[in-house]
Design a protein around this ligand. Sequence first.
Ligand code: SPV
Ligand code: MG
Length: 431
Amino acid sequence: MSIAYTCFCTDVIHEGHLNIIKEARKYGRVIVGVLSDEAVIKYNRFFTLNQDDRAALIRKIDGVDEVVIQEDYHYSDVIEKYHPDYIIHGDNWETGYLKNIRSSVEQQICKYGGKIIDVPYTYSEAITRIDRQMKEKLAMPEYRRRRLRQLIKLRPIVKALEVHSGITGLIVEKTVVDHDGELDQFDAMWISSLCDSTAKGKPDIELVDMTSRYRTIDDVTEVTTKPIIFDGDTGGLAEHFVYTVRTLERMGVSAIIIEDKTGLKKNSLFGNEVVQTQDSIENFCAKIAAGKKSQLTEDFMIIARIESLILEKGMDDALKRAEAFCKAGADGIMIHSRKKEPTEVLEFCDKFRMLDKETPLVVVPSSYNTITEEELAEHGVNIVIYANQLTRSAFPAMKKTAEDILRYHRAKEVDDRLMPINQIITLIDEL
Ligand code: SPV
Ligand code: MG
């Protein structure tokens, strides 16, 4: 009997999926591949049911003969294993970033006479509603908050990009790239104190108050579903920090990173060019412990950021602090450096990993930007934060536009490099 194979990555079964199964049945024994958790999160939105629960859901559908886990969004392994005579898929994979997957499937199954069956994609009001509900579920605080911990387990390295507004949040939410046949997207958002302050035209010295920073989080959470890592600067007084932790938890933020500095905070990239005071190990440990004690969920993470390399206090000091901060309850360590070369950060990571194999390590390669994600992961890094790149790309472009309008006394000359109005209005989802 012929084999008809289809692959699902859905958390909810609707008429569109039932239609695919119905079509598949016409061609033979129906095997449904459930896309693995690792593969789903590479190009699709996050799941609300894990792969085993999704498989159980599909097993219950009438007409399904076998359910298997498909480990990769490329079909090569399943094609090799099952030699399906037919691969059934919605015709939405004829365009966009799924197109390449379709062509490699076609190339492979053509070799033995297999065929692709493109089923017209089902569009209906009910499906749109279900789709929106799933997305909104992902945006709920209890789902969003725990997602960073889930991603650390599922991703070789979690990639976070800076956001400071609804629109920058949407860019991180929606950008998927197909590069050399590999689909990829960002996993998380970093609400940088530098960029949040810059967007408000203020210096990065803990001047923008928490209420205002919560407003930025609100703007971002209203239009996105990805997890948030919040730059908490020094965390302020321990007596205040406990309230910050509670608020962030309630808002669905996944993690706060606080740095071991005290007094007037200056941006780390100034290093010792400005006066910056590192907090004592005792004080900072007490702050971490107070934060951990105040937290109400298991999900939320307090990540301790070590400034010893920035302030040229040496590797031993950085490692001593890392050990102490973990003991005080930190859920992760961020090591920062402003060197052009990654040498000191990698040395720290290697030495830290000899002491501690588990605690997540976070880095911010703004100045040592030649290092790749793969190299960082090889040194035990779990989260890479691209801390300011959206801000730094937008502002020069805006400044040049302003200058050129003044120069030419009209806007025609700048128009070629602007996003068309019809694109900007479709970028924003409507309910
Ligand atoms: C930020 O993005 O605000 C940071 C990272 O804290 S850095 O600017 O490198 O200090
Ligand atoms: Mg900062």
